[in-house]
Design a protein around this ligand. Structure first.
Ligand code: HEM
Length: 407
């Protein structure tokens, strides 16, 4: 059977609608029950929102490949493609590599993000978070995203990669442009501007590798430079990995922190429960990840014709597996639209993915989140939302649900 999604549901699933990116969950609820596998002609994307179908697709690396994950969701103009020829835009960077080569790529990174290496990072994480809070604690008010949730993970990823923290604002702007090119329908002009950002970003990452070839340090850039020298990775791959990590490591962690803190603060007794018992923090973070997964949809492409959930998807089709929809499935999570930090099995969410591509940085993200929350409840127990505060979500296609372009 081919897709027969009702036209009003298909229209509602257009991610460029403001109502969609402010609150996609009602649309996903309708899709999950009425059309768990649906084609959205306005985007040319197949959307998988059913839980069973999502798990099936994520586990099936044969029929749903990652190879095109760093290609844009939307057609790029010839001029944009010409600019991108000076970059490593679609080069292999783990997340867009399929088995068996995927194992080689993961092997380059997992030692850096394993638990034993992480324990050596704990004093640094504590210091970075402590210093950031020192910077605003006496101000009376703060933009928590700009002053803590963003710079804490960004400082740590810069440190692990070997990037000077002084460059982070520029790198963030460039990363935002790159990701917009991947996930959003941009005008021709904006595509070209974003393509120039990718070229600048890759030149920066290439320069970092060259510096580390000359002056090795204890960081990922040095390890990648060594991998290039011994033939374990190409230079283009090493550049693309650094670019991917720069974004992947800070953006989602920032969103995890802001979503969790916001949801605790908007239900005051929950915040007070965590202040009184910080042992609840890991649960609160897991519920934050379930309730508002920072990555809402994972990109895949079919390698062959696939029938899933009774719907046939053609070969070479662009697919998004919507874990944001799975997160609110009442069959998986009772009362899914309630933020509840007391759930048993709270970590049984898909926010870090599933199967071969499960997030390499999950332990680091959890550790950073835990330290941030611990410091906040201990040092600012009276923290509250600004009167009338409502989070403003920006357009993130099917991939993000975040305030990722604000300060
Ligand atoms: C709360 C924070 C984070 C969230 C929600 C998150 C989410 C995800 C998800 C959903 C995937 C799977 C993508 C797919 O299957 O297509 C993934 C992959 C990945 N993440 Fe994260 N991530 C977070 C933090 C981090 C951090 C801190 C790092 C860096 C150390 C990182 C590095 C990676 C890498 C390298 C992959 C690719 C893994 C592979 O393809 O084998 N992430 N992440």
């Amino acid at each position: 059977m081919h897709d027969q999604t009702p036209s009003d549901l298909v229209a509602a699933m257009d991610p460029s609608r403001a109502a969609f990116h402010q609150d996609p969950y009602p649309v996903y609820a309708e899709a999950r029950s009425g059309a768990p596998v649906a084609y959205v002609p306005s985007t040319g994307i197949w959307v998988i929102s059913g839980s069973a179908e999502a798990e099936e697709a994520l586990r099936d690396t044969q029929r749903f490949c990652n190879r095109y994950n760093l290609h844009s969701d939307y057609p790029l103009s010839d001029e944009c493609l010409r600019v991108l020829e000076n970059s490593h835009f679609t080069e292999q960077a783990i997340f867009n590599v399929d088995p068996p080569d995927h194992a080689r790529m993961r092997g380059l990174l997992t030692p850096w993000f394993g638990r034993s290496n992480l324990s050596t990072k704990l004093p640094l994480i504590e210091r970075v978070v402590g210093d950031l809070i020192d910077g605003f604690i006496d101000d009376g008010q703060v933009d928590l995203q700009a002053r803590l949730a963003y710079p804490a993970p960004m400082t740590l990823v810069c440190n692990t990669l070997g990037v000077p923290v002084s460059d982070h604002m520029r790198l963030r702007e460039l990363c935002d442009q790159w990701v917009a090119l991947l996930a959003l329908p941009l005008s021709d002009e904006d595509q070209i501007a974003a393509a120039h950002s990718v070229v600048e970003l890759d030149a920066y990452c290439g320069q970092l590798l060259s510096t580390r070839e000359q002056s090795p340090e204890d960081d990922i850039a040095t390890e990648l430079a060594r991998s290039v020298r011994i033939g374990r990775a190409t230079r283009g791959e090493a550049i693309a990995i650094i670019r991917f990590l720069l974004f992947a490591a800070h953006e989602s962690t920032k969103n995890m922190i802001v979503h969790t803190v916001h949801n605790l603060l908007r239900d005051r007794p929950l915040w007070e429960a965590v202040v009184n018992d910080p042992a609840l923090i890991p649960n609160a973070l897991e519920e934050g990840l379930r309730f508002e997964p920072p990555i809402q949809g994972m990109t895949r492409q079919t390698t062959t014709e696939v029938t899933i959930g009774g719907v046939t998807i053609p070969p070479s089709a662009r697919v998004h597996v919507i874990i944001g929809a799975v997160a609110r499935d009442p069959a998986r999570t009772p009362e899914p639209d309630r933020f509840d930090i007391g759930r048993p099995n709270g970590a049984r969410h898909l926010a870090f993915g599933l199967g071969a591509h499960y997030c390499v940085g999950a332990p680091l993200a959890r550790q950073v989140g835990r330290v941030v929350l611990e410091h906040l409840v201990a040092r600012i127990p009276g923290l509250s939302l600004r009167k009338g505060f409502t989070p403003r979500f920006t357009q993130g296609g099917y991939i993000f649900h975040a305030t990722w372009r604000s300060a």
